[in-house]
Design a protein around this ligand. Structure first.
Ligand code: EPS
Length: 395
């Protein structure tokens, strides 16, 4: 089974990752990972930090002559901003006096993190809880993503809303998505199109509104969240299982997306809308195509029934709260003086929903790759290929 770990602080020397359990023979290169890192850095509303960093990965181990060896894949991304933080984030004990951060930001990990770990300087929390960590997460997850791609499983995403600016005509957007899915790229084509928009929206009117909203929000020293949608196509029937709670694919996917910094909600298919409807309006009727393949007339279930993929595209949505570092002052306390104060501001993004969508594309990849390996098995791509089947026939 594939698992990965990340290490690193936002303003430390860099981010480190290990991806363990990859089958041998997956073609992977730094350039392939860097393209995903580049995509993660985009989006209207990012702060000054993105002008400093151009995230690039070094593959240190686990890959030989462009293919995974089956050994752990070791990755590094160096923080360019580290040059400005050598005193404040020094690894060794130093005599340099460094200002302690003692006022927690509401909505961030600051308060509980500092109390939990017994810090008198919130900097330790700020730097590890930071969404900077997602750069390495994307790098790690892009390795199993390449495995999925080898089996025709393709991931894409787009943004549905930023603040109150939301795509107006869902039917039009769905029609466009339907056409994208018929292309050879499948779900990935959604991202090809969404990447053309600074806010990753497929609706121009909503895009204009979202950019205006971020602009005015920045002026007010405020921040904005939003909702994004991830599509995965080419997923064979029967990944995951209904037999035990922790092996249910929907639960695993939801956990992966929920684990992204600032994501507070995950929806599979039309879950919340469906909760307001009759069963007869909700469930996706089953039929056979001319080729005698099992197809659904609709996909309100988002490609998942009973904790298993049902062969339809997997569709999930994530809700990102507004970033909790804001210039607009909010009530807090100074943990040193125990007095009421207003929260302190440090440089941050105004809106990172487009980046969050790209991160969500990444984090679902190891979940799906594990489900694929669990069902078909294989220590190498060749072995997996021999066992893989994705037809949707009654047999
Ligand atoms: C973040 C704060 C900002 C963001 C950062 C996440 O960083 P800084 O404090 O250096 O301005 O830019 O995101 C990234 C660095 C990144 O690579 O996505 C936070 O507090 O979560």
């Amino acid at each position: 089974m594939i698992r990965y770990l990340t290490s690193g602080e936002s303003h430390g020397q860099g981010l480190v990752g290990i991806v363990e359990g990859m089958p041998a023979g997956v073609e992977i290169s730094a350039a392939y990972i860097n393209e995903q890192l580049r995509r993660r850095q985009q989006g209207y509303g990012r702060g000054g930090r993105m002008k400093i960093e151009t995230d690039t990965v070094e593959i240190l181990a686990g890959v030989r002559f462009g293919k995974t060896t089956g050994g752990p894949v070791a990755l590094v991304i160096r923080n360019k901003d580290w040059a400005n933080w050598t005193d404040r984030m020094a690894v060794e004990k130093t005599n340099v006096a460094v200002e302690k951060i003692t006022v927690p930001r509401p909505g961030h990990a600051d308060l509980t993190g500092a109390l939990k770990y017994g810090f008198d300087d919130i900097r330790n929390v700020i730097d590890r809880a930071s969404a900077r960590e997602t750069a390495m997460r994307v790098a790690c997850c892009t390795v199993p993503r390449k495995l999925l791609e080898t089996f025709g499983i393709s991931i894409g995403s787009h943004v549905l809303s930023i603040g109150a600016a939301s795509i107006k005509n869902r039917k039009d957007v769905d029609a466009r998505i339907g056409a994208f899915l018929r292309s050879v790229l499948g779900g990935g084509r959604i991202s090809v199109e969404a990447d053309k928009s600074e806010v990753r929206m497929l609706d121009m009117a909503a895009e204009t509104k979202a950019i205006a909203a971020i602009k005015s929000c920045k002026k007010k020293g405020d921040t904005l969240g939003g909702i994004f949608e991830v599509w995965v196509t080419g997923v064979p029937m029967g990944l995951g299982t209904y037999v035990e709670y922790d092996r249910k694919l929907d639960g695993q996917l939801a956990a992966a997306v929920m684990s992204i910094q600032a994501v507070k909600g995950v929806e599979i298919g039309d879950a919340f809308e469906n909760a307001r409807r009759f069963g007869s309006e909700v469930h996706d009727e089953i039929t056979l195509s001319r080729k005698k393949e099992i197809v659904r007339k609709t996909n309100g279930a988002g490609g998942l029934e009973g904790g298993m993929s049902n062969g339809e595209p997997i569709v999930l949505r994530g809700a990102m709260k507004p970033i909790s570092t804001l210039a607009h002052p909010l009530g807090s306390i100074d943990m040193k003086t125990t007095k009421d104060v207003t929260s302190r501001y440090e440089r941050s993004d105004v809106c990172a929903v487009p980046a969050c969508a790209v991160i969500a594309e990444a984090v679902v990849a190891p979940v799906l790759a594990n489900a694929l390996l669990e069902k078909f098995g294989g220590d190498s791509v060749q072995e997996l290929r021999r066992r893989f089947r994705s037809d949707k026939k009654i047999h």
